[in-house]
Design a protein around this ligand. Structure first.
Ligand code: ZN
Length: 249
């Protein structure tokens, strides 16, 4: 059966001498894998479309196993993201995160939209650190491990304090903070931003200005949280951290 989907290529793997297997995240069918026959040949009709980050309309023959790509109409290949090392590194991390945290053929149009908007904002020059932190925060929801940020996780006190507990996965108020000796102290602006990232539509974020110190805290907190609750090892994350260091100094 022929299928037509709107998607973004989130991974490519060589297959044999001339073929590629493309992993796409699509609006209609979630994550799918497609065989792009001959795509490694420079003169192939798939050569320019069978590339990481390409966004377009894909027509494929579905089958019980892996589908076969018939036609790809490229809408955008996110040129600015591709031509800038820092942006490429952020995008590579974002697509690997979505790849590792989703199952095949599990439809989630909201997640497709989030990926698409994030790539667009990266391409248009929005702050890559902030976009990546928003994406990480929203992916925690997809992974079912979002922290509680609008009240004390232990007693429900809406006046959450300045402590974050990895152990309990949320804020602690002043009365409860002794319950976790390894609690992290975080500034109120970090908590405010994380809450914003959880709930707000990425389209409404625009260009928000965040102090470098706050950005660092956000990154550290999310790193700890991912290590504790998500536990995926991503090659692209290691590289991203190295590239980020170049820009921090
Ligand atoms: Zn409490």
């Amino acid at each position: 059966m022929l299928q037509k989907v709107e998607g973004i290529i989130i991974r490519t793997n060589d297959y044999g001498e001339t073929n590629k297997i493309l992993t796409l995240y699509t609006r209609e069918n979630g994550k799918i894998a497609l065989m792009a026959r001959g795509a490694k040949r420079p003169k192939s009709r798939h050569a320019s479309s069978a590339q990481l980050f390409v966004y377009g309309i894909f027509i494929y023959q579905s089958s019980r196993g892996i589908g076969t790509l018939n036609q790809a109409d490229v809408i955008s290949s996110f040129r600015d993201v591709r031509s800038d090392l820092r942006l490429t590194t952020h995008a590579a991390y974002i697509v690997e995160l979505i790849d590792k945290l989703t199952e095949d053929n599990s439809r989630n149009p909201y997640l497709f939209e989030l990926l698409y908007q994030t790539m667009n904002y990266l391409d248009e020059g929005s702050d890559p650190d902030i976009l990546t932190r928003i994406f990480e925060t929203k992916m925690l929801e997809v992974a079912g491990t979002s922290p509680v940020l609008d009240r004390c996780i232990l007693c429900g006190n809406p006046e959450g304090g300045a402590s974050f507990s990895l152990k309990h996965s949320g804020l602690l108020c002043r009365r409860c903070e002794m319950e976790d000796e390894h609690r992290l102290s975080v500034s109120p602006s970090v908590i405010k931003l994380l809450r914003l990232f959880q709930y707000i539509d990425i389209k409404r974020i625009g260009n928000i200005n965040v102090k470098e110190e706050t950005k660092k805290q956000l990154k550290t907190l999310l790193n700890y949280y991912y290590d504790e609750y998500v536990g995926v090892r991503l090659k692209s994350k290691k590289f991203l951290d190295q590239v980020d260091q170049l820009y921090e100094s």
